[in-house]
Design a protein around this ligand. Structure first.
Ligand code: 3H9
Length: 706
C-alpha cells in the first residue's frame, strides 16, 4: 500500500508495518526546503497512521544526505528549519531508523542522530564538516553528538570536521550496526523488523547518557578550548563549537539547542562563512573548464618525467602516489641517481615520521624506472618535462619528445613562465603540447595550473584535468602569459611590497601585517623559504624589457649580491642561526635598506599595518582583475583558487577576488587611485575593475561557468 506522496523528493512507501521514507534530491540529497518539508510530512504521517510501527529513512542515489543545502545560506530562511525537523523526527512515537550509505554529513548526520537507531553499510562516510564551512552543526549536532559519544570524541569529530567510516562510527557509538549488503533499503527494513520483533523501545539521543561523567567532560572541554585558541587562530566558528558542546554538558537539552541556534546564526552571519563556502563551490567550479565538457580525455596509464631535480622528483612522487608507473629521464647516470635519490628522500621522510612503512615504499618504487635514453618514453601516455628554465633547452627537448613519443602522447611542460606557444611551434604536433605548472613541493601543493596554449586540442586539455584528478590536485585553467595566473599576479604585489619597504616599512613589519591577515607566512619569509635567487633570476630575465620609467627597488638585489638567498644560505631577510627554520630580524639587512633609501633619495615614512594590507591587497586584486580581463583566468574564482591552493591565501577569506567583493570594489578602486598619485605608472586601475564599479557589479557576477 502507498500513502499519498508529500512530494517526489521525499517518497513514502509502506512495507508491511514499516514506512520506508526515501530522499531523492540529486545530486547529493542536500536538505533544501523541499526535503525538510517532505521529511516533516513523512514523520507526521507515520505518527498519525496506526498501520505504521516503524520508519526507515534512506537516501536515493549514492548518498544518505550530504547536509544542509549550502546554496540556501545567506538567503531568507524558509520553514521548517532543520533543527525543527530533527526534533520532530526524534519526538516521533514510532521507531525511526536511519539507514546510511555514502555521505551522512553535517545536517545529514544530524538527521540520523535524531533517529532512534542508526545503521550504516561499508563505504558510508559520516561526519560533521560544518567547521570547514565556517559553521557549527546547527541542527542538534553539538547537543546530540556529545550525549552519544561523550564530550571528548564529539569535540574531536566536530572540530576536525573529518569523515569517518562505518567501522569507526560503530566503535565510537555513533551508529548501532553495520549492514552487510549494499541494498540499503533492504538493510534498513530488516533492521527495523528485528527491532520491532525484539520490542526495542523508542530511544532518543537527547536522553543518552554520554555526558554523565561531568569531570571527564569538563577536562575535555577545557583542553579543547585551549588547543583551539592556539590551533585555529583567526577562525570564528571553532571556539563557538566548544561553547556549544559546553552547553550540552552544562544545560538541559532544550536550552543547549537554543544556544546552539544562537551560535549557529552568528557563524552564518560571519564573512568567514561566506569566504569558506565560496571556496567550496569555487573548488568544484574550476573543474568545469569548457574543454572538460566538450572533449573526452585520452587514457593515461603511464607517465614520463624529464628531469629529476626538486620539481621533477616531486611530480614523480605525485604520479607514483596516484598509482601510475613513472619513467624518469636524466641526462646521465649520475643525474639519474640523484633524481632517484630525490624521490626516495620524500618516502624516507614519511618513514621517519612513521607515516609510511618500508614495504609500502618498496612497493611504490616498483612503479618507478629511470633511463638516460629518451627512447624509454616511447610508451608513455603523458610526459612532463621539468628541466632548466631556458627556452632553448626546452625547445630542444620538445624536438626530442616529438621524435620518440608515440602518437597521441600528451607532451607537457612544467615551466613557470616561459612561452609554451613557442615550445609547441617548433614540433610536428603542437596540438599535443600543454603546460602543467606544479607548485613546489609538487607532491604536496594542491594547485596545478593547466596552461592552455593556442594550438592545443581540447581533448589534451580535458586529459590534463583528468590527470589532475588522478593526482588529487586542484586544477586551474590558465592562459599563456609571463607567469600565467599565480606568478604573474605575485610579481605585481611583490613590487608593491618592495616599494613599501623602500618607502619606510620594515620587512618584518610587512610580514607581521600579512600574517595577521591570515597568511601562514609573510612575503619576505616566503622569499627566504623559496630562495631569493629565484626572484633574482626572474628580475634579470625581465630587465631588458622593463620600462625604464618604472620604479625598481634594488634592495632585494643587494641581498642577493651578497649571496643571502634565505634559509638555504643561513640568511636572507632574516638570520637563521645554526640552520634554524624560523628567522630572526637582521640589523644588517635594516642597514642595507637604510642605505638604499638614501641612495634613492627617499625620506622614510611610517606605515600602519592597515596601510600595508591595503596596498598589498589592492596590487593583488588589480592584477587579478587584469588576468581575468585578458582571459588568462576564466573567471575571478579561478584567481581565488590559485591563491588559496598555491600561495597560502587564507581560505576563510575566500581568495583575493572574493575578499575584494567583501570590502567593496569602489573602496579598492579608490585606494588604487589614491596610490596612483605617488606612482601613476605602477598603480593603473584595471579596465575590468573600473567597468565593474561603474556598473555597480562585483567579481562574483562574473563567476558563472564559462
Ligand atoms: C550543514 O549541514 C549545516 C547544518 O549543521 C545545520 C543547518 C541548520 N549543498 O562534491 P561533489 C553539490 S552544512 C548544496 O562534486 P562528490 C556540489 O556543489 C553542510 N550542494 O561530489 C556539486 O554540485 P555541481 C555540511 C551541494 O561525490 C554536487 O553537489 N555538509 C552540497 O565528490 C556534487 O558534489 C558538507 O559540508 C550541499 N551540502 O562528493 C558536505 N554538497 O555538480 C559537503 C555537495 O553543481 N559535500 N553539493 O558542481 C561534500 O563533502 C561532497 O559534496 C560529498 C560528495 C562528499 C557529499
Amino acid at each position: 500500500m502507498t500513502l499519498p506522496q508529500a512530494s517526489d523528493i521525499v517518497t513514502r512507501e509502506l512495507r508491511g508495518d514499516i514506512l520506508l521514507v526515501t530522499i531523492n534530491q540529486p545530486p547529493v540529497n542536500a536538505l533544501g526546503v523541499d526535503v525538510r518539508r517532505g521529511l516533516l510530512v513523512a514523520i507526521e504521517a507515520a505518527d498519525a497512521d496506526a498501520a505504521v510501527r516503524a520508519v526507515v529513512i534512506v537516501g536515493a542515489g549514492r548518498n544518505f544526505i550530504a547536509g544542509a543545502d549550502i546554496r540556501e545560506f545567506g538567503k531568507p530562511p524558509q520553514a521548517p528549519s532543520l533543527p525543527d525537523v530533527c526534533n520532530r523526527i526524534e519526538a516521533c512515537s514510532k521507531l525511526v531508523i536511519a539507514a546510511i550509505h555514502g555521505a551522512a554529513l553535517g545536517g545529514g548526520l544530524e538527521v540520523a542522530l535524531a533517529a532512534h537507531y542508526r545503521l550504516a553499510i561499508a563505504g558510508a562516510k559520516l561526519g560533521l564538516p560544518e567547521v570547514q564551512l565556517g559553521l557549527l552543526p546547527g541542527a542538534g549536532g553539538t547537543q546530540r553528538t556529545p550525549r552519544l559519544l561523550g564530550a571528548k570524541a564529539a569535540l574531536d569529530l566536530i572540530l576536525s570536521g573529518r569523515h569517518i567510516g562505518a567501522e569507526e562510527a560503530l566503535t565510537l557509538g555513533l551508529i548501532d550496526r553495520i549492514g552487510n549488503s549494499t541494498d540499503i533499503a533492504a538493510e534498513g527494513l530488516s533492521y527495523a523488523q528485528e527491532l520491532l520483533t525484539n520490542q526495542a523501545p523508542v530511544r532518543r539521543t537527547r536522553d543518552a547518557a554520554g555526558l554523565a561523567d561531568k569531570d571527564a567532560g569538563r577536562i575535555a572541554i577545557d583542553a579543547a578550548r585551549k588547543e583551539t585558541a592556539k590551533k585555529s587562530r583567526g577562525l570564528f566558528s571553532p571556539l563557538k563549537i566548544v561553547d556549544a558542546v559546553e552547553a550540552a554538558q552544562d544545560l538541559v537539552f532544550d536550552a543547549g539547542m537554543q544556544l546552539e541556534r544562537t551560535l549557529f546564526l552568528q557563524c552564518l552571519d560571519s564573512p568567514q562563512r561566506a569566504g569558506l563556502i565560496h571556496a567550496f563551490f569555487a573548488e568544484r567550479e574550476v573543474l568545469k573548464a569548457p574543454e572538460t565538457r566538450s572533449a573526452t580525455p585520452r587514457a593515461i596509464a603511464s607517465i614520463g618525467v624529464v628531469g629529476g631535480g626538486t620539481m621533477g622528483a616531486g611530480i614523480t612522487v605525485a604520479a607514483l602516489d596516484a598509482g601510475l608507473p613513472v619513467v624518469m629521464i636524466e641526462r646521465d647516470e649520475a643525474a639519474l641517481t640523484r633524481g632517484r635519490a630525490n624521490v626516495e628522500k620524500v618516502y624516507d621522510g614519511l618513514i621517519a615520521k612513521g607515516r609510511l612503512s618500508a614495504d609500502a615504499k618498496a612497493a611504490t618504487l616498483l612503479r618507478f624506472s629511470g633511463s638516460t635514453d629518451y627512447a624509454a618514453l616511447a610508451q608513455a601516455d603523458l610526459v612532463v618535462e621539468a628541466v632548466f628554465e631556458d627556452i632553448a633547452v626546452k625547445q630542444a627537448l620538445f624536438s626530442e619528445l616529438d621524435r620518440v613519443c608515440k602518437p597521441g602522447a600528451v607532451l607537457a611542460t612544467n615551466t613557470s613562465y616561459l612561452d609554451i606557444d613557442l615550445m609547441a611551434a617548433g614540433i610536428s604536433r603542437p596540438a599535443d603540447v600543454i603546460g602543467l605548472h606544479f607548485f613546489s613541493p609538487a607532491n604536496i601543493m594542491k594547485l596545478l595550473e593547466i596552461v592552455v596554449p593556442a594550438k592545443v586540442s581540447a581533448d589534451v586539455v580535458a586529459t590534463a584535468f583528468e590527470f589532475a584528478k588522478k593526482l588529487r590536485k586542484v586544477p586551474v585553467r590558465a592562459g599563456v602569459c609571463d607567469g600565467f595566473i599565480g606568478n604573474r599576479v605575485l610579481a605585481v604585489y611583490r613590487q608593491a611590497v618592495d616599494a613599501m619597504m623602500e618607502d619606510g616599512a620594515s620587512p618584518y613589519q610587512i610580514d607581521t601585517a600579512i600574517r595577521n591577515f591570515g597568511y601562514p607566512m609573510g612575503p619576505f619569509q616566503v622569499v627566504d623559504l623559496a630562495g631569493g635567487d629565484i626572484g633574482w633570476a626572474a628580475r634579470k630575465r625581465r630587465a631588458p624589457t622593463r620600462n625604464p620609467e618604472a620604479r625598481y627597488v634594488q634592495i632585494p638585489d643587494r641581498l642577493c649580491e651578497r649571496g643571502w638567498f634565505g634559509q638555504k644560505t643561513g640568511r636572507g631577510y632574516y638570520l637563521y642561526p645554526d640552520g634554524a627554520r624560523t628567522g630572526v630580524a637582521d640589523p644588517e639587512v635594516e642597514a642595507i635598506i637604510d642605505a638604499e633609501r638614501l641612495r634613492a633619495g627617499i625620506a622614510p615614512r611610517s606605515f600602519t599595518d592597515e596601510e600595508i594590507l591595503r596596498r598589498y591587497m589592492a596590487a593583488m586584486i588589480n592584477e587579478g582583475a587584469n588576468v581575468v580581463h585578458q582571459g588568462i583566468a576564466l573567471r575571478p574564482l579561478d584567481v581565488d583558487i590559485t591563491f588559496l591552493h598555491g600561495y597560502g591565501f587564507p581560505r576563510y577569506r575566500g581568495g583575493p577576488m572574493k575578499y575584494a567583493d567583501t570590502v567593496g570594489l569602489p573602496t579598492i578602486l579608490a585606494d588604487i587611485r589614491a596610490f596612483a598619485k605617488e606612482d601613476p605608472l605602477f598603480w593603473q586601475a584595471s579596465p575590468l575593475l573600473i567597468d565593474l564599479v561603474e556598473r555597480g557589479a562585483n567579481f562574483d557576477s562574473l563567476n558563472q561557468s564559462k
